[in-house]
Design a protein around this ligand. Structure first.
Ligand SMILES: Nc1ncnc2c1ncn2[C@@H]1O[C@H](COP(=O)(O)OP(=O)(O)OP(=O)(O)O)[C@@H](O)[C@H]1O
Ligand SMILES: C[C@@](O)(CCO)CC(=O)[O-]
Ligand SMILES: [Mg+2]
Length: 328
């Protein structure tokens, strides 16, 4: 048996634009997905993921003597739900050369699904790491990050950056621009997260930005402007100027709204945090619903978010210095 965990992340700057080659700065947070993997005697894959629920399916069966219920779950729903784990195991079979190895996989996660905190990347990184180690192979962090990226790239149909998976594999604050991935020195950042209890579909949101870019030059320019902003943000981080980091996060949120990936609940939480004195607040990750991230060294923004209608949970998040953790 092998057990690995990997952290989720928030974006200080640059989500979406990073898909088109602009730089981005995600930071790993101490909320983890833990994956336990045990090799099977056959080539089957059995996944236990208690946090994953499939809405709206029907089961037909002929009563106790029939024994074989026919479960009617729409294919796209299954692909969306299982694609990341299936893809991770495909990468493991490929890198180890054991093309028909089977596994029992158990996923436990503290990261809400589809909420912008990088649950997919954390699950994929932890699953690849645990399953390769179960077969006696320990991957270097770069290779692990690359295999995890290939998984997200395939599931998101060619519309994914290396940002989430590199950040989850290495931990800390990172900078990703195209294939160039590196760790960043960052000052201590007082993250506060607000969660609306909902989710957005990463693939669909990325596709929405893509078509806006194709339709309007000014949308393509907005994406480039995000890149300019990220470069300013890096300078502010290097100078340890977190007030400037906050101002730039506000600006980045405005550009993401213009690109159509915000939501009423995200706007409400962003403004609740700002009104409470946060240095900055923006949506994080793909958007459409899910989480915002604010910077606030005081307890005010977290308290305000707790009392904001539509905010289901508010919590502080520490930077995760360590990426993948090998637990067993
Ligand atoms: N605990 C889990 N168990 C099983 N699968 C999970 C789990 N957490 C995430 N996943 C997989 O990841 C998918 C969600 O990934 P998606 O990229 O849409 O959101 P996210 O990674 O949480 O947010 P973002 O990419 O915006 O940061 C789920 O549909 C599921 O396939
Ligand atoms: C929206 C996006 O930029 C971040 C999702 O967390 C997609 C990606 O980078 O793959
Ligand atoms: Mg994701």
């Amino acid at each position: 048996m092998a057990v690995s965990s990997a952290p989720g992340k928030v974006y200080l700057f640059g989500e979406h634009a990073v898909v088109y080659g602009e730089p981005a700065v995600p930071c790993a947070i101490e909320r983890r997905a833990t994956v336990t993997v045990e090799r099977r005697d056959d080539d089957a894959l059995r996944v236990q993921a208690d946090d994953l629920s499939l809405d709206g399916f029907t089961v037909e069966y002929g009563g106790p003597r029939d024994g074989h219920p026919d479960i009617d779950v729409p294919q796209p729903l299954i692909r969306a739900a299982m694609g990341y784990v299936d893809g991770a195991i495909e990468q493991v079979r490929d890198v180890t050369g054991e093309s028909d190895v089977g596994f029992d996989v158990t996923i436990e996660s503290e990261i809400p699904l589809g909420a912008g905190l990088g649950s997919s990347a954390a699950v994929v990184v932890a699953a690849i790491d645990a399953a390769t180690r179960e077969l006696g192979l320990t991957l270097e962090t770069e290779e692990l990050a690359d295999r995890a990226f290939q998984t997200e790239y395939a599931v998101q149909e060619g519309q994914a950056s290396r940002a989430d998976t590199f950040c989850s594999a290495t931990g800390g604050a990172v900078r990703v621009e195209g294939d160039d991935c590196r760790s960043l020195e960052a000052p201590s950042l007082p993250f506060v997260i607000g969660f609306d209890g909902g989710a957005g579909e990463t693939g669909e949101l990325v596709a929405g930005v893509r078509s806006l870019r194709e339709e309007y030059d000014f949308a393509a320019q907005t994406v480039e402007t995000v890149g300019d902003l990220v470069r300013e943000g890096e300078a502010a981080l290097e100078a340890g100027d977190i007030e400037e980091v906050g101002r730039l996060m506000n600006f980045n949120h405005g550009l993401l709204s213009a690109l159509g990936v915000s939501a009423r609940s995200l706007e409400t939480m962003v403004w609740a945090a700002r009104d409470a004195g946060a240095l900055g607040a923006k949506l994080t990750g793909a958007g459409g619903g899910g989480c915002i991230v604010a910077l606030d060294p005081t307890p005010e923004a977290e308290t305000a978010l707790r009392f904001t209608p539509g905010c289901e949970d508010a919590f502080r998040a520490e930077l995760a210095e360590e990426g993948v953790k090998r637990l067993e």
